[in-house]
Design a protein around this ligand. Sequence first.
Ligand SMILES: Nc1ncnc2c1ncn2[C@@H]1O[C@H](COP(=O)(O)OP(=O)(O)O)[C@@H](O)[C@H]1O
Ligand SMILES: [Mg+2]
Length: 231
Amino acid sequence: MQHPPLQKDQSQKKQPLEIRHLAKSLGGAQLFSDVSLQLQGGETLAVVGESGSGKSTLLHLMAGLDSADAGEVLWHGENIQHWTASQQAMRRLQHVGLVFQAYYLMPHLNARQNVELPYLLAGKTPDEAHCMRLLELVGMAGKASRYPRELSGGEQQRVAIARALALSPPLLLADEPTGNLDEDNAGKVLNVLLDACNAQGCAMVMVTHSDRAANHLQRKLNLTHHRLAGG
Ligand SMILES: Nc1ncnc2c1ncn2[C@@H]1O[C@H](COP(=O)(O)OP(=O)(O)O)[C@@H](O)[C@H]1O
Ligand SMILES: [Mg+2]
């Protein structure tokens, strides 16, 4: 069955993410400092770094899940540190789709219900047709009734990507989304992420230790020697 193309929101043309001079230390050691970048609407950016370089920490700062020692995080030009924790949480649901290495699907919900979950968290009625279109986009419509335990790792990650896209966020943040997958599945998941960004007009930051995965994205930066540098 043919579905209409996914709608692109006008707001997605604005700069979805900017970080300015971010610094973070953990356990007494400086992870990075003076990290700045601007992400354009629809742009895909890879941040590459070795294990322990601070990639996950940086991504969490971008998502407002952790706070920096210095610097600013802006979504659509607004400084997220000016909001209360509950304002941040509500804005995060609308603004950021999160994809993790370990998928984090809810085990007691099937694939379709997992994709519908962000609506419930936002106090909205799920748009069932939109969720099914997303499952189609990631090639999982035929397994919408399956539970996570009945899906392979690559399939679970594709459902997690559909869930991240449910509320049409202008920004996807992906933490080693192919890290637990074999080469074949990693390639499929990367393609799904890029196709989804293209279809929905959303921008993406993907952090990875894999140069190979990073080369599929439009732009690449390296997190190395406590700084973010051109790749
Ligand atoms: N809560 C914490 N307390 C102290 N050190 C931490 C904490 N979380 C992470 N670290 C350390 O910070 C460094 C960077 O972690 P992380 O951002 O997860 O790196 P990456 O994702 O690049 O592997 C690692 O050396 C890690 O051990
Ligand atoms: Mg990490």
